[in-house]
Design a protein around this ligand. Structure first.
Ligand SMILES: [Zn+2]
Length: 265
């Protein structure tokens, strides 16, 4: 599943292609046909990212919602000529600037600002948003007897974090994934939040996940960080910093990678 940086990046990248213009909205696959008709031809005022959710603010007052889930994918074709749809395209948005197709999302619906508010009410703050209130997430974490490795994936506590960033943010702060929220100093929880903000922002800018600091790699000048060296512990056999064999623990249904030396229990 894409982490929050991917969703914010999509909003940034699609904005110049769709926003401020009338958009032809259709559903080549047919499943989104009735909803598409509600906004077809309307001007799109804004694309908003919140955690793993995208909201489309239409000039007629409707608000669209997209959640990519595990399999959702956008395909962008720039220019005024629309290509034939590939596969099952749920939603097609077309302007003079581009055709953007969406296939396989968990959710793609047109609703109202109230529907958006209901979705946001279920979510914790998003570290990537300038209006995020970190204290809301810190307070929830500090009261939780759950392991932090599970809490960080709980979208009700904070949203946008996936399996890579949870492992890497815990590593950078030297926190074992089984440490509970109640067992962690709020100062450390705030440091964890700050780490996640920095990592996610870098992810939006780079359009990929690189959590390793260049100084930990001793790279020749100008050489790009390769895939196998972009993380300290995630999906690695050995810790990038100390060489200890990486372990995993299943938390929130997915393996959380950690270094037993750098993150003592
Ligand atoms: Zn280590």
């Amino acid at each position: 599943m894409p982490e929050g940086h991917t969703i914010h990046r999509i909003a940034n990248d699609h904005t110049p292609l769709l926003v401020g213009m009338p958009v032809r909205v259709s559903s080549p696959q047919g499943r989104f046909e009735a909803d598409a008709a509600r906004v077809d031809g309307q001007v799109l005022d804004k694309i908003e990212a919140y955690g793993k959710h995208l909201f489309y603010w239409w000039a007629n007052g409707d608000v669209g919602h997209v959640h990519l889930g595990l399999f959702g994918k956008f395909r962008v074709a720039k220019g005024p000529d629309a290509p034939d749809p590939v596969g099952l395209v749920r939603m097609r948005m077309r302007t003079d600037a581009a055709t953007i197709d969406l296939a396989g999302p968990t959710d793609c619906t047109i609703g109202t600002p109230d529907d958006r508010a209901k979705i946001l009410a279920r979510l914790g703050p998003d570290p990537l948003r300038r209006d995020a209130k970190p204290q809301v997430a810190i307070d929830k974490m500090a009261k939780s007897k759950q392991p932090l490795g599970a809490i960080l994936l709980d979208q009700k506590v904070l949203c946008g974090i996936g399996n890579v960033y949870r492992a890497e943010a815990l590593f950078v702060n030297g926190i074992h994934p089984l440490r509970t929220g109640t067992g962690t100093d709020p100062v450390e929880l705030m440091a964890l939040w700050t780490t996640m903000v920095a990592m996610l922002r870098k992810g939006v800018k780079d359009n990929r996940i690189v959590t390793v600091e260049a100084r930990d790699l001793d790279l020749p000048r100008g050489r790009r960080i390769r895939r196998g060296e972009a993380t300290y512990v995630y999906h690695r056999d050995r810790c990038l910093r100390c060489g200890t064999a990486i372990q995993t623990v299943a938390l929130a249904g997915r393996p959380c990678y950690f270094c037993p030396t750098c993150q003592p229990q």
